[in-house]
Design a protein around this ligand. Structure first.
Ligand code: AMP
Ligand code: ZN
Ligand code: FE
Length: 289
């Protein structure tokens, strides 16, 4: 069993990266990937930990991009070589996030809530966004759950929603490929597109060079997993899967097993590594095996 989507305190998770990795090891997973939102700050430590513990821990990222006017999360696996312009682009995204967080906070203050940037910053030194604002509203007793904070104020088009200025998905794929990463659209079934729209999207994505889709995910129905498997075969994409663990920010999700039934098989690793070698070859990076 493997788990290829995990979040830590470097973005909107509540466990530090090393606690997440220790848990993966204790669970005897065959591999895992740290995929914090819009940051690669921990890649060196993840690699060093993997080597020391003889455990397959993959440094990754979940990049916020835009496609058909909605946010699409793009996973990048193997952030362990020359980065190209990735770090610069992440710095710009961070600035855009700061600006957007300020707008949301201002709007909430207008509603009479006592919420400040300092409240948000206390939670993470890394990527800050809506989940941290949701947690603040929850901790101050303005809402009964993080979900309620999203439903009432932070979800797409809710009362205090502002869009994040993101790069296009097309650009995101190229950016991650230039950094040697395998690119996978995270949880495509959460995009609220019809089957036909999703297949049209997948055709676009494939034409932009996308490598895979996240086909195994805690909230998917059996039908959704079957659908994505069919899409992957038809459009020659790899499949990955993960729990999307966020610690106490998603208290019902556990590492490896998700809500209990998740099982991401080891067999997905071979195609993932094969794509990695092909990308390395294409950008002229040697020594990747
Ligand atoms: P941000 O990148 O700051 O826009 O925050 C995006 C994160 O917020 C996602 O990765 C989800 O974890 C969470 N999120 C977004 N929309 C919702 C929603 N409607 N309900 C609950 N969580 C959400
Ligand atoms: Zn997250
Ligand atoms: Fe995501």
């Amino acid at each position: 069993m493997i788990d290829l989507q995990l979040h830590t305190t470097d973005s909107d998770g509540t466990w530090p990266w090393n606690r997440v990795l220790e848990e993966c090891k204790a669970l005897r997973l065959s591999a895992c990937a740290i995929t914090d939102h819009d940051t690669i700050v921990r890649r060196g430590e993840v690699l060093a930990w993997a080597k020391k513990n003889q455990f397959m821990a993959i440094p990754g990222i979940e990049l916020s991009t835009r496609d058909r006017n909605r946010t699409v999360h793009l996973l990048g696996y193997f952030v362990d070589g020359p980065l190209g312009t990735l770090q610069e682009r992440l710095n710009s995204l961070r600035a855009a996030r700061l600006e957007r967080n300020r707008k949301i906070i201002k709007k909430l203050q207008g509603f009479g809530f006592s919420v400040t940037e300092e409240d948000i910053k206390r939670q993470s030194g890394g990527t800050l966004g809506r989940p941290h604002i949701a947690r603040t509203l929850f901790e101050k007793g303005y809402v009964k759950s993080i979900q309620e904070a999203f439903d009432r104020f932070l979800a797409h088009n809710a009362a205090a929603y502002f869009p994040l200025e993101e790069m296009s998905l097309n650009d995101g794929i190229a950016l991650l490929h230039d950094a040697g990463c395998v690119t996978v659209v995270a949880h495509p079934m959460l995009l609220e597109r019809s089957g036909q729209e999703l297949e049209d999207s997948i055709r676009d994505w494939k034409s932009w060079g996308l490598d895979g889709v996240e086909g195994i995910y805690p909230s998917y129905t059996q039908e959704q997993t079957v659908f994505l498997n069919r899409m992957a075969t038809k459009h020659n994409l790899i499949i990955t899967g993960g729990s999307d663990f966020h610690g106490e920010n998603k208290p019902h999700i556990k590492i490896g097993v998700g809500t209990g039934q998740l099982n991401v098989p080891d067999e997905l690793l071979d195609p993932l590594f094969k794509r990695r070698r092909e990308i390395a070859r294409a950008i002229g990076v040697s020594g990747v095996n």
